[in-house]
Design a protein around this ligand. Structure first.
Ligand code: FAD
Ligand code: MLT
Ligand code: ZN
Length: 517
């Protein structure tokens, strides 16, 4: 799993005096050392990464976050900010015994401005709760993801989460208008603004978007909250090849244009897994066994009375006509448009819940890459070929390190390779499901191959999940050494003692000694 963990370094060890100081700041109830609290915060959602934190701290106010960090910085205690703990790269859990700073009590929606289309909330606000609060005002959050019931806005900002509707709303680098951040020594940066225009020098907030808790703790978020559509339509089309999926995307961009909110895809292996694993899941097009499926979501705004606006019924007719035209032209084999909200949500679930199905199936190696759209699926094919070649070679006389490890440690017949993702964003999720658990032999077949292949296409080794604990040593596949060094220098500005989420994102310098502490 990404090799051995980074060495602990010489961070201070938590003492009773530290716990007493935290109790002074937070009160007894919010300094958790019981086994249940620690178990939950030490392990990630996938059950792949596990740390050994001795305390979970639960602040309710920015001033408490500031006091905690001031104390930790002075003492040289390492800290992991944790949101909903749904991250997929091990960024939100400790590697060793870092203190976990859980943000869930800071969950207030502070202000909503329907005229400006903006919202300000605390970082621990759960995405789905924010969505409900905004829906009540005719608005929506500028992102949506399968983890919405648990992930927090602070976590979303800190991972620069992409999700299912980036096609419509763009990235959080555009939607986030302002942040409040506490840096390592307890300094509070008040960058909370709801202005659309603000050219007052360096745009500092951008540095914290996607910083994965390594530069500061995000405590408040101001962001755009667009109008909620008055109706949405979901369509699933079966296509005969990945090239046809791309052709359907090209067609959707011109024919569905501004209405398009999401354009996703999954392959047959993903569908089979969802159907066999998740209760209530149904094949959307049972008469067709296609190799690929595309999912579109289109939105309509207004009631059809304004100039150029259409009713939801008319919009649905347009989507149906589009699906028919894809079939007529041979781009799609078959297609279905959600009849009502329940049907639409069942269709969406087939895509949105693939990661949940994978978790049910056992261990999974997850790769989240950006690639040129046309070539995206080649990586899935190459990975399958490589796995097949490695395992057949291991039964003959091959002596390569990876194949000999593979032959002794896992049953390749149980391993499956799945491809799905955000086709409209050029973002592939390559997943290798290993029901029998994680195996060094299997990992050796996959890595560094996946990263090298991605680098050869000038892709990104992390499209949206981040670097976390999984990929610091792989960062050089996507960034040159000068850029990585510039990142290290930014880290030194906000966190000179390196206490914030150590071992994550940045690879250590070759000559690095932790002599600062
Ligand atoms: P955590 O997992 O708790 O933390 C993630 C990182 O952010 C860590 O490095 C942590 O230290 C840091 N962090 C958390 N809160 C703060 C804070 N307040 N200040 C500073 N740092 C902080 N991701 C996508 O991009 N797109 C998807 O479509 C998507 N779908 C998912 C579906 C499922 C079912 C699951 C389980 C995950 C999915 N993810 C997706 C990954 C994950 O949900 C996102 O990365 C999410 O943004 C993490 O939010 P969180 O609150 O759970 O953060
Ligand atoms: C998704 O798009 O479903 C998420 O990013 C989670 C995953 O990659 O499994
Ligand atoms: Zn995704």
């Amino acid at each position: 799993m990404g090799g051995d963990p980074a060495p602990r370094g010489d961070f201070a060890v938590l003492t009773d005096a530290d716990l007493a100081a935290f109790r002074e700041i937070l009160g007894d109830d919010n300094v958790r050392t019981d086994a249940r609290s620690l178990d939950a915060c030490n392990e990630d959602w996938m059950r792949k990464y596990r740390g050994n934190a001795g305390v979970l701290l639960l602040p309710a106010r920015t001033s408490q976050v500031s006091a905690i960090l001031r104390h930790c910085n002075a003492r040289g205690l390492a800290v992991v900010p944790q949101g909903g703990n749904t991250g997929l790269v091990g960024g939100g859990v400790p590697v060793h015994d870092e203190i976990v700073l859980g943000m869930r009590r800071m969950n207030a929606v502070l202000s909503v401005d329907p005229v400006a289309g903006t919202v300000v909330c605390e970082a621990g606000c759960v995405l789905e709760d924010l969505e409900h609060a905004l829906n009540a005002r005719g608005m929506t959050a500028p992102l949506d993801l399968g983890a919405k019931g648990r992930c927090q806005i602070g976590g979303n900002v800190s991972t620069n989460a992409g999700g299912l509707r980036l096609v419509r709303h763009g990235s959080l680098h555009g939607s986030v208008l302002g942040l409040e951040v506490v840096t390592a020594d307890g300094t509070v940066l008040d960058l909370v603004r709801t202005l659309r225009k603000d050219n007052t020098g360096y745009d500092l907030k951008q540095l914290f978007i996607g910083a994965e808790g390594t530069l500061g703790v995000v405590t408040k978020v101001a962001m755009l909250a667009p109008r909620k559509p008055t109706g949405v339509d979901v369509a699933v089309c079966a296509v005969g090849s990945f090239a046809d999926a791309v052709a359907a995307l090209r067609d959707a961009r011109t024919k569905l244009g501004d209405c398009l909110q999401a354009f996703e895809f999954f392959d047959r292996a993903s569908l089979e897994l969802v159907l066999s694993t998740l209760r209530g899941a149904r094949d959307p097009l049972p008469k067709t066994k296609a190799p690929f499926y595309v999912v579109t979501e289109t939105a309509v705004f207004g009631d059809g009375s304004g100039k150029g606006s259409v009713t939801h019924r008319a919009a649905r007719r347009r989507v149906r006509a589009w699906v028919r035209s894809l079939r007529k032209r041979g781009v799609a084999i078959d297609g279905v448009v959600g009849e009502d909200a329940k049907h639409a949500s069942a269709l969406w679930n087939l895509r949105e819940r693939i990661s949940v199905a994978l978790k049910h199936a056992g261990a999974v190696y997850k790769y989240d890459v950006s690639l040129p759209t046309e070539r995206m699926y080649d990586l899935v094919v190459e990975t399958r070929n490589r796995l097949a070649a490695s395992t057949s070679a291991s039964t003959s006389t091959s002596t390569s390190a990876s194949t000999s490890a593979a032959s002794t440690s896992f049953d390749a017949s149980k391993v499956s390779v799945l491809g799905y993702g955000h086709l409209g964003d050029g973002n592939l999720h390559l997943n290798v499901s290993s029901p029998d658990g994680y195996h060094p032999g299997l990992e050796a077949i996959l890595e560094p191959f996946v990263y090298q292949w991605t680098a050869e296409q000038r892709g990104s080794i992390s499209a949206e999940h981040g670097v976390g604990a999984m990929k610091p040593r792989e960062l050089a596949h996507s960034k040159d050494e000068a850029s990585i060094e510039a990142m290290r220098r930014v880290k030194e500005v906000f966190d000179p003692r390196g206490i914030l989420n150590p071992y994550k994102v940045l690879p250590p310098r070759l000559t690095e000694h932790r002599s600062k502490l």
